[in-house]
Design a protein around this ligand. Structure first.
Ligand code: ZN
Length: 289
């Protein structure tokens, strides 16, 4: 076949194909851009699932499982202040709680990270779902920037509307953890701005709110809570649909005294005491239902 005929074939083939389809009454569907049409961009490097973490405690699947999630990690330090980084502080608190629960026995415990590594918010709650966890606790600290006088812990549950402006700002900062240089690398097809609590999540949500209420009751004499300690916001990390999930914001890293206390052995032990007790009461109530 001469080069000229080959070139003609290249140009004519699509014309013949379209003509043939038309002749047989077939058409190639053209998408209508509108409400039902979704364009998806898949990012290949985030499509890989992270491996399941070690489950500590009794190897008995009937025992309740709590997944502890130290916030941030790796290239994402979270908030910083007074010479401390949120990622380190959260990991210290999380390990203290894990050790306490394992020591006391009866409850299975896993951590989303045990080292200084980075996980997307979506990967964290996805682990809760894949592990079949009965409770998910994400541990963070806040920063009030220059306002070093601001202190106090709070506990967040998921909702479509934030409980206050401060809660909305906190959620916006935390949700930005899935951005690298301002570009979202989240694996979810919907944006974090659009976090909808579905009807099917209402029961799970009731569990989350119950846990938050219990934690404040159990900790009020030990932990210095913020006056508005129970908060809600559209936090991406709390979206596991079937797992009661809370985010414990342990205090303000921008207050040197609070940061030092949260990083100390004593501060970690106080946190572990309160949370371990709350977790036991929560699971006892759940099994009695
Ligand atoms: Zn954080």
């Amino acid at each position: 076949m001469s080069l000229r005929i080959q070139l003609w074939m290249v140009f004519l083939a699509p014309v013949i194909l379209m003509g043939g389809l038309y002749a047989f009454g077939l058409t190639i569907p053209v998408p209508h851009f509108g409400r039902d049409y979704v364009l998806r961009l898949l990012l290949p490097d985030t499509a890989e699932q992270v491996g399941l973490p070690t489950v500590y405690g009794p190897q008995d699947a009937s025992r309740p499982l709590v997944l502890i999630d130290p916030g941030h990690g790796g290239h994402d330090p979270g908030a910083s202040g007074a010479g401390f980084k949120e990622k380190t502080l959260a990991l210290g608190l999380a390990k203290a709680l894990k050790n306490r629960l394992v020591e006391e026995g009866g409850i299975r415990v896993a951590m989303t990270r045990e080292d200084d590594i980075y996980l997307l918010p979506a990967e964290r709650d996805d682990l809760a779902r894949r592990l079949g966890a009965n409770l998910f606790i994400s541990i963070h600290a806040d920063s009030a920037g220059e306002q070093s006088g601001v202190t106090g812990a709070s506990i967040y549950t998921l909702s479509n509307t934030a409980s206050s402006e401060a809660a909305a700002r906190f959620a916006a900062r935390e949700n930005a953890a899935d951005q690298i240089n301002g570009v979202s690398v989240g694996t979810r097809e919907d944006g974090v701005e659009d976090i909808l609590v579905e009807l099917s999540q209402r029961r799970t949500q009731a569990g989350s709110v119950e846990f938050a209420t219990l934690a404040i009751r159990e900790g009020e004499d030990v932990i210095r809570f913020h006056p508005q300690a129970k908060r809600s916001a559209a936090l991406a990390v709390l979206r596991a649909p079937d797992v009661p999930s809370v985010l414990f914001e342990s205090g303000f890293i921008s207050n040197p005294e609070e940061a030092r206390r949260l990083a100390s052995t004593e501060g970690r032990a106080q946190f572990a005491d309160v949370m371990a007790r709350t977790i036991r009461i929560f699971f006892a109530r759940q099994s009695g239902q």
